[in-house]
Each structure stands twice: as C-alpha cells, then as structure tokens.
Design a binder for this molecule. Structure first.
Ligand SMILES: O=C(CO)COP(=O)(O)O
Length: 258
C-alpha cells in the first residue's frame, strides 16, 4: 500500500433522489468516525439534483465527507441546454467531478478530446477531476488493455500543466468489470495502474507520478476491497453499486478491517 491518502468515492450514478441523498449521507456521517477520515478521504458523487441538499447537510453539520458531481460541461455558461458548468459545481463547493466515465463515453459518445476539455474546465473552476479510463472486454481479450488505457490517460491530460496534473485522480475502470460482478483480479488491476503511473512519469516526472492517486473501479465490494487496496499503485476505489448501501460503503472505507 502506498503513502498517498486513499480516496474512496461512491459514484451513485442515476440513483437516490435529493431526499434519499440526505438520508444516505446522514447514515454515512453517523457511521464514520474521525479515525476513518484520518486514514481515508471519503467522497460521494450524487446526481446533480442532489448536490445542493448534500452541500447544505455537509455545511450545516460540518461533516468531513466530501462530494462532487458525475460530469460537467466543457463550457462556462451559455446556450447549452441541459448542461451544468464547473462554475455552478464550484459554487456548490464540490471538491471532485468525474470526467469521462465509461457510461458517458459509451452512451454519450464522449471522446478523449471532449474529456480533455472537461478536465481543463474542472481545473479552471478549482474542481479536482476524477479522470475515468479503462478498456472494453474485446480490447482486454485482444491484449491491448494497457495501450488503450494509456492512450485515454494521455488524451485526457493533453496540455494540462504539471501543477494541475499532480492533483488529478485517475480511476481505472475496466468496462467489463462495471456492474457485472466480474472483478478485475487485483494483480491485473495493479498491472494497468502501474502502467498509468509510468505514463504520468513519462508525460511529466516521477515526482508528479508519485503524487497522483489512482483508483480502481468495477464491482468493488467489502469482500474484495482489501486485496485491491493491497496493490502498490492503487490508492482508492470508485464504487458504483456497493456505494448505494451505506453499511457496505462504510465497510469499504474501512478496508483495513476487512
Ligand atoms: O462505474 C463504476 C464506478 O464509477 C463501478 O460501478 P460498480 O461498482 O457498480 O461496478
């Protein structure tokens, strides 16, 4: 395990309305203790419509849990119906924003160029992007998973300066392991995460690469998180389904006890 502070983030996807979000964050806050937050950074990524409620709760009760959004617009403002800007997310005191999640790439055709513009938009508004990368099953079966994933990292970070790049979070999420119950073996995940760190060292420097946190995502549960977190280049998890169950997510945060 590395010396980087692990980041456990729950990507709720399109689940939990704003009332359910309040109840869910309250449950997490009740269960998590100071010693959890000292060891692990804990974040939730609720749907846009929940963010104001989560902000009010976190501010009002001075909770240590962080939050962010699942996407942002590449633009700052203007005639972009349905989009949400980085400025709006910053106003809601979001810390993180996921960029280029495979579901955005798959269902909304997001390209590496668009993802790169969104990464820059996030930094422009002082949000930390969680840049999501990872291969589809056919790519892994063809043995091209490392090349594919590194191209996404390079594309996503194009023209991002080192002082910003060192704060980025990269989430390696093999598409075939998302929501399928098929976990990428811990050593297979480590292979790609180590290669991602190597790519960042090549693009920037070893110093920058040593600072960047790399998460694994794809069917993470309390039962497999410890093995995943034991890998040298894995600094956290981006958790989908299991983050919707507060007890389960707390167990994932406490991966050292599992
Ligand atoms: O896509 C994911 C997180 O962003 C992973 O989802 P699951 O944990 O449901 O497989």
């Amino acid at each position: 395990m590395s010396t980087r502070t692990p980041l456990m983030a729950g990507n709720w996807k399109m689940n939990l309305n704003h009332l359910e979000a309040i109840a869910h964050v309250q449950k997490l806050a009740f269960a998590l203790a100071d010693k959890d937050y000292e060891a692990v950074e804990v974040a939730v990524l609720p749907p846009f419509t929940d963010l104001r409620s989560v902000q009010t709760l976190v501010d009002g009760d001075k909770l240590k849990i962080k939050y962010g959004a699942q996407d942002l617009s590449a633009h700052d403002s203007g005639a972009y119906t349905g989009e949400i800007s980085g400025a709006m997310l910053a106003k809601l005191k979001c810390t993180y924003v996921a960029v280029g999640h495979s579901e955005r790439r798959q269902y909304h055709g997001e390209t590496d160029e668009q993802v790169n513009t969104k990464v820059k938009a996030a930094f422009k508004h002082d949000l930390t992007p969680i840049l999501c990368v990872g291969e589809e099953l056919a790519v892994r079966e063809a043995g091209n998973h490392v090349t594919h994933t590194l191209a996404q990292v390079e594309g996503g970070l194009r023209d991002v300066p080192a002082e910003q790049a060192e704060t980025v979070v990269i989430a390696y999420e093999p598409v075939w392991a998302i929501g399928t119950g098929k976990v990428c073996g811990a050593e297979d995940a480590q292979e790609v995460c180590a290669a991602v760190r190597g790519k960042i060292a090549e693009l920037y420097s070893q110093e920058v690469a040593d600072k960047v946190r790399i998460q694994y995502g794809g069917s993470v549960k309390s039962g497999n998180v410890a093995e995943i977190m034991a890998q040298a280049d894995i600094d956290g998890a981006l958790v989908g389904g299991a983050s919707l169950d507060a007890d389960e997510f707390v167990k994932i945060v406490r991966f050292r006890d599992q």
